[in-house]
Design a binder for this molecule. Structure first.
Ligand code: FAD
Ligand code: NAD
Length: 396
């Protein structure tokens, strides 16, 4: 048939929003849409710090894709993309091949290790349902191991590398979880050490300094030790090496030191910066009018020439414009320019505590934590309406 084929790679924030919008906007038989994703569920990356620490179940951080999309309108393929071949307009999957007329790439980021020795082998990352299940089980296991080998206090030392938003949100949950685990395993809480190691001169570099100070105070009171201005130089099976060769022994290192784009993007031959493609104002890949890139795989600059940080917020907004532009292309109508509308940033610090900037104002404490909940629930509503809010929304 000569119905145009749209293939969307990745059912993350960008991919799901693109698919949902296409489903709404396209007329019957106007295009064939296929959504490809590694898992048969969509996960809320923004919620992963909780199941990682064990303060919430991972089921609350994911939803079946079949519950989100209308499978009469969109074909869902559960498979892993192994290669993108723009020259042939094909995508190679682990178990097949797809042809496309239009491609949307929303495969999300990968941990950036900056070539630091041992990080890829010995550290864990907060990236997916599977990666956080590993972290949660690993942390519990350290307590169990310690009971058998009580001289090994390194089993009770937990290191988070990087005090960006991911590191800070995770360590807030971890600090909440430790007292529970101490009780469960009969461990003296004073033996547990939680380090957050940050290379920059401050935690949350670039964020409002007053809120950063507030956040660090909250976390310090919960038992977190900050090592600011201290870079991780190496990671081994025994712990990390920081600064000028100081070793911190630990059986648990969680690396939250940064992300890059998916490796498949550069392997496809696109020009990238840390795995991200500088897209045009319509979200297209330069030199490929039929390829759109959304979310963590894309790179866009603000009017001051600084790159927008990769967030769920921008990925969602890009998904909406991407779908709009795909429909416009098919209908030979003019494309819409993407303009980012910054709604603010709120980061949680564990139960009942958060910091944030929104609507041009600063928030901290309980109210900020409430704001964070509202943002999470709003997202559930956008993708799944009231039923999803009722099933996954955490109101307390
Ligand atoms: P993702 O959401 O990462 O989705 C990518 C999808 O592609 C996944 O479903 C994955 O399974 C799939 N995939 C990957 N590789 C393949 C393959 N080879 N084949 C098939 N499928 C594949 N941002 C905010 O705006 N607000 C927040 O509060 C916030 N909190 C965060 C908290 C944490 C702990 C973390 C880690 C991140 C947070 N972020 C937040 C950032 C945000 O999660 C990301 O920017 C966002 O997920 C990017 O969306 P995406 O669509 O590009 O990719
Ligand atoms: P990031 O790049 O924002 O932060 C990484 C941190 O690690 C930086 O502070 C960096 O200085 C530090 N670091 C790098 N190398 C180091 C080393 N060798 N030793 C010690 N520290 C080192 O990464 P992230 O926190 O994963 O965030 C990724 C994206 O997701 C960002 O755009 C962020 O805004 C977004 N995010 C948002 C939220 C939220 O809005 N609540 C939560 C999580 C993530």
């Amino acid at each position: 048939s000569n119905i145009p084929k749209i293939v969307i790679l990745g059912a993350g924030y960008g991919g799901v929003l693109t698919a949902l919008r296409l489903q709404k906007e396209l007329n019957y038989n106007e295009a064939d849409v296929t959504l490809v994703n590694k898992h048969d569920y969509h996960y809320f990356t923004t919620h992963l710090h909780m199941p990682a620490a064990g303060t919430d179940a991972h089921e609350n951080a994911r939803v079946s894709i079949s519950k989100l999309i209308d499978e009469f309108k969109i074909d869902f393929v559960k498979s892993t993309v192994v290669q993108i071949r723009p020259q042939d307009k094909k995508v190679i999957l682990e178990d097949g091949t797809l042809s496309y007329d239009y491609l949307v790439i929303g495969l999300g980021g990968e941990p950036e290790t900056f070539g630091i020795p041992g990080l890829a082998e010995h550290a864990m990352n907060i990236r997916s349902i599977n990666s956080v299940r590993l972290i949660r089980e690993h942390i519990d296991y350290q307590f169990a191991r310690y009971k058998r080998e009580p001289h090994r206090t390194d089993y009770l030392t937990f290191i988070v590398g990087g005090a960006g938003f991911t590191g800070i949100e995770f360590i807030g949950e971890l600090a909440d979880r430790i007292p529970v685990l101490c009780k469960e395993f009969d461990v003296d809480p004073s033996l547990v050490k939680i380090y957050n190691i940050e290379a920059a001169p401050t935690a949350l570099p670039g964020f409002d300094p007053e809120l950063v100070e507030y956040g660090m105070n909250v976390l310090t009171k919960k038992g977190v030790t900050f090592r600011i201005g201290t870079a991780i130089k190496e990671c081994t099976a025994e712990g990390v090496v920081v600064g000028e060769g100081e070793e911190i022994k630990s059986a648990t290192v969680i690396w939250t030191g940064g992300i890059r784009g998916n490796r498949l993007i550069e392997e496809a031959g696109f020009e990238t910066m840390r795995g991200r493609v500088k897209i045009d104002e319509f979200l297209r890949c330069p030199g490929h009018e039929n390829i759109y890139i959304v979310g963590d795989n894309s790179l866009m600059f603000n009017p001051e020439g600084r790159p927008y940080p990769p967030t769920a917020q921008i990925a969602m907004q890009q998904g909406v414009v991407c779908a709009n532009n795909l429909v416009a292309s098919i209908r030979n109508q003019p494309l819409k320019t993407f303009v980012f509308s910054n709604k603010g940033t709120v980061a949680s610090l564990g139960k009942g505590e958060a910091i944030g900037v929104a609507f041009g104002k600063k928030y901290k404490g309980r109210f900020a934590a409430l704001l964070k909940k509202v943002i999470d629930i709003r997202y559930l509503f956008i993708i799944g309406g009231i039923p999803l809010v009722l099933r996954k929304g955490k109101f307390f």
